[in-house]
Design a protein around this ligand. Sequence first.
Ligand SMILES: Nc1nc2c(ncn2[C@@H]2O[C@H](COP(=O)(O)OP(=O)(O)OP(=O)(O)O)[C@@H](O)[C@H]2O)c(=O)[nH]1
Ligand SMILES: [Mg+2]
Length: 359
Amino acid sequence: MFFNKQKSAEKKKLKAEVKLEEQKAQELSQEITRLQKEKQDAPGALTKDLRSLEPQESGFFSGLKKGLAKTKGIFTNSILSLSSEDKADEAFLEDLEERLLSADLGVGTSLKILEHLREEVGLGKIRTQSQAISTLKVLVANILDLGSKPLPVAVAGPTVYLFVGVNGVGKTTSIGKLAAQYKAQGKKVLVAAGDTFRAAAIEQLVHWCEQVGVDCMAKTQGSDPSATFFEAATRAKEGGYDILLCDTSGRLHNKKHLMDELSKMVRSLKKVLPTAPHASLLVLDANTGQNAIAQTREFSEVIGLDGLIITKLDGTAKGGVIIGIVNEFEKPVYFVGVGERVEDLLTFSAQEFAQGLLG
Ligand SMILES: Nc1nc2c(ncn2[C@@H]2O[C@H](COP(=O)(O)OP(=O)(O)OP(=O)(O)O)[C@@H](O)[C@H]2O)c(=O)[nH]1
Ligand SMILES: [Mg+2]
């Protein structure tokens, strides 16, 4: 009897492992397609039409659903369609832990969750697998709520947001999407092109601003981004703008001189608007995995981050990285990117995210 039980637990575990491997293979092939597409798009990226600007059907929930589809895949199959009869035994908890690690929550966060679940199982508060999943949902929502607070706004004058992050994470695209949202709310928006390294970067931002219909403050390639921000802040203040969104060039978090440049940009904004930037937002690509932790730490040390934007959730099964980062840094996530279209930037909600992932 005992051996039969053990055998069936082993079988179950093996099956779950096979499923996980299949999931990983699928993910890899999708990543290859994505990289091929990015390469194809690169030269013409600036002229790429913002198909997105045409009104689309997808609302908030379908957006989140689409964005979380791949990560959710890790938890679906057996785990979210459990019968309330199934016992939350050790084999189940081990399987769950594997899945949390595959969704890239990170070792520390996965262990914290599992410790809590095991404790509740030990106390008899959790008996069945579906009870364990319900508790997991609450735990995830609670972690995501850590450090959550509203996006700061200026008491008077323009509100300034500074966007930072490593190369290619989606800073410029997120600014374009946000500019569209603020404009739709009737706000007067100015965007500053602080990525002066490449002419193409300035053109990309100008293109977004034209498509969205907001003003852009851009100087020539090679000019000092701090000077651009000084002029943009002056224009925002004198021109009665509500919002100033500042784009910066992608920089490696471990390159000291590039990181120091950010402090100079902040000082430059403060010369005109002493309380600016009202939020320094780190943009992270959800595909980055656990390296996002190192990026958050370094940027936080240099400019004291106020919050996070996590992009490209739609392209990854590793969306659980959000849970790991919030658990570690207790920084609010303000927006998530779920695609390339203008409406594919969603205001983050811990409850909805937990529900979308495990519901
Ligand atoms: N699928 C998907 N693609 C995204 C998302 N956000 C941005 N992208 C794409 O990612 C690529 C890079 O985006 P950018 O906005 O140029 O990134 P960046 O951080 O400004 O890059 P650098 O300025 O070079 O550092 C573009 O092809 C975007 O369309 C997202 O949420 N989902
Ligand atoms: Mg950019």
